[in-house]
Design a protein around this ligand. Structure first.
Ligand SMILES: *Cc1c(COP(=O)(O)O)cnc(C)c1O
Length: 227
């Protein structure tokens, strides 16, 4: 199947989910997750009208970023962030979605080049509470946001989560609702957040129902990843 066909399917799902939830479709942004796919596949996605791309691994992303003209595109780093990767992320990306501890945020801020605008960041929260998943604990979210918002070269945009897979549709919504409630708590404390980075190929409907403003979609747009 062609990217154009997959894209129109995803857009249809997005629009339907928004209509069902009484939300405006323009209130949800689509980030095309291109990890596991070539620079050529990304260029085809650009030709199909996509402008926002997400990558999870720095070593894989950098050669692709070099090949693809940057003009008009926005690059999101959505993978876990190790200390030794912060410089590459700060120098090459527009967003980092998985900030889950202060030390990482401080490094990103220090290493963000002065000639670039502040790096947009989301604080990742472990809303499903599994020990294996990354993200800060829900009860640490406010404190971490308060610290991150002070960092001069970062712009705190919102919260991000990757919930554990759930089977029933109703169950899928629970972690997304938790994320939205946490975001509301942070905003009540005077920290302006405008982004909920939540929802992937399999659970975009549940995420939109619970207020997601940014979907990270890979498989549904590009097909299966090359391992
Ligand atoms: C790979 C990945 C996605 C995309 O997942 P799909 O199920 O392929 O849509 C979204 N978010 C993160 C953080 C990812 O690593």
């Amino acid at each position: 199947m062609e990217i154009t066909q997959r894209l129109s399917r995803v857009r249809r799902r997005l629009v339907q989910a928004c209509l069902d939830a009484g939300r405006a479709p323009e209130s949800v942004q689509l980030v095309a997750v291109s990890k596991g796919h070539s620079a050529l596949a990304i260029e085809q996605a650009v030709a199909a009208g996509l402008l926002e791309f997400g990558e999870s691994y720095l070593q894989e992303a950098l050669p692709k970023l070099e090949k693809i003209p940057r003009e008009g595109l926005t690059w999101h780093f959505i993978g876990p962030i190790q200390s030794n990767k912060t410089r590459g992320i700060a120098e090459n990306f527009d967003w980092a979605h998985a900030v889950d501890r202060l030390k990482i945020a401080q490094r990103l801020s220090e290493q963000r080049p002065v000639w670039l605008p502040p790096l947009n960041v989301c604080v990742q929260v472990n809303v499903s509470g599994e020990s294996s998943k990354s993200g800060c604990a829900p009860e640490e979210t406010l404190e971490l946001c308060k610290a991150v918002v002070q960092l001069p070269r970062l712009r705190l945009r919102g919260l991000m989560a990757i919930p554990a897979a759930a089977s029933a549709d109703a169950d899928r919504r629970i972690p997304f609702r938790r994320l939205r409630e946490l975001s509301d708590d942070v905003r009540t404390q005077g920290i302006p957040l405008d982004t909920l980075s939540a929802g992937m190929s399999d659970d975009l409907e549940a995420a939109v129902t619970e207020g997601s403003t940014l979907l990270r979609i890979g498989t549904a747009l590009f097909g299966n990843r090359i391992p």
